[in-house]
Design a protein around this ligand. Structure first.
Ligand code: F0G
Length: 354
């Protein structure tokens, strides 16, 4: 049996790996590409989702983190630091612990989803919550890592994008070629930049073609769309509540050179897509992830996405990351009944009118 041993092992020829690089892994990557059968038929396109919620800590961050932490370890670093809206911190805590490094996490107080906070806590990181937002947290950790002997593992660390580009390789292998369109949420803008790098590299070596890159910011945090820094970004999709994306120029380049676009979707559109995906396809992704589905729906309505297009939407994080939003999004609550077969049967019969 050919066992999967993570992305450093699988893609070593495409990654900055030397003999001194530790073979760090939690068996990240190799995530499923799932066809959306019902929505594709309804919308007249072919949509597949890259379900990054299947990674070990439940988000795409693991691909970048394994690379960044392995290189930090290789360089002899003993401390890593990151700012995070939640997923980066969960991933840093997991890989930092795995590699035996002290992990320092800086998050915006009260603005990270419960599952992510739980992960950082149980995984043994040093956690600091600032009375401020992600952009301010990132400024703080960038300055500290520049003056202290602490490695920054946010996506401004180039090894992060190296690891994350492997998702584009997998999409090409799973589909047989690049899709026409790659739809992806945009927060700090690292992932769209990483995918674009990955598609270009794989095309150069395997002739897999290039997709149009279509990135989606949340309306209340749409700095790139507005072409201005948003000082107080807001959105229900806390993962992408970012007003000054660090990889701004790279993301603009990805969109322009692929004939794609950076667009925005509202919180209402995100929440609608979140429920639609769960209730139509049985796939539970966190709200920020669903910006990609909301964006596809929006651009099909405007005609910017043509019928019959082959689309891959990246679902960046697992729905379980944010149980609060799931429970608040729908009115359905469990009906409490007596613990008996009769009580349940009576109710089922009365509902079905039998
Ligand atoms: N989706 C999810 C679930 C995320 O957690 C993030 C970023 C993004 C999309 C956007 O990706 O920043 O590369 O454009 N989360 C970061 C964090 C900022 O701290 O976990 P991006």
């Amino acid at each position: 049996m050919n066992m999967w041993r993570g992305i450093l092992n699988a893609y070593q020829d495409y990654l900055p790996i030397t003999e001194a690089t530790p073979q760090l892994t939690l068996h990240e990557g190799n995530t499923p590409l799932i066809p959306l059968e019902t929505l594709s038929e309804k919308w007249g396109v072919e949509i597949h989702v890259k379900f990054e919620g299947a990674n070990p800590t439940g988000s795409f961050k693991d691909r970048g983190m394994v690379m960044a932490v392995a290189k930090a370890k290789e360089a002899g670093s003993e401390h890593i630091i990151c700012a995070s809206t939640g997923n980066t911190s969960a991933s840093a805590a997991a890989y930092g612990t795995r590699a035996g490094l002290h992990t320092i996490i800086v998050i915006p107080e009260g603005k990270i989803a419960l599952g992510k906070l739980a992960q950082a806590t149980i995984l043994g990181a040093d956690i600091y919550a600032i009375r401020g937002n992600f952009d301010q947290a990132l400024d703080i950790v960038r300055n500290i890592s520049a003056s202290e002997n602490i490695t920054l593992v946010n996506s401004v660390n180039p090894y992060r994008l190296e690891g994350q580009k492997t998702a584009a390789f997998e999409v090409c292998d799973q589909l047989g070629s690049a899709p026409d369109i790659l739809a992806i949420p945009v927060g700090n803008a690292g992932n769209i930049s990483a995918y674009w790098k990955g598609f270009k590299e794989y095309h150069a070596s395997q002739g897999t073609g290039l997709p149009q890159m279509r990135g989606f910011e949340a309306e209340g945090s749409a700095a790139i769309v507005r072409n201005q820094v948003i000082v107080n970004p807001e959105t229900i999709a806390t993962a992408i509540r970012i007003g000054n994306p660090a990889s701004w120029e790279l993301a603009v380049d990805a969109a322009h050179s692929s004939q794609g676009k950076i667009d925005e979707v509202s919180d209402a559109e995100i929440l609608e897509a979140y429920q639609l995906l769960a209730q139509t396809e049985g796939i539970f992704a966190e709200p920020a992830s669903c910006a990609s589905i909301a964006g596809i729906k929006k651009q099909l309505a405007t005609g910017e996405i043509a019928k019959d297009s082959k689309i891959v939407a990246v679902l960046t994080g697992n729905g379980l990351k944010d149980p609060t939003t799931a429970i608040e999004a729908v009115d359905v609550k469990p009906t409490v009944i007596e613990s008996s077969e009769k009580a349940l049967l009576d109710l089922l019969k009365s509902k079905s009118g039998a």
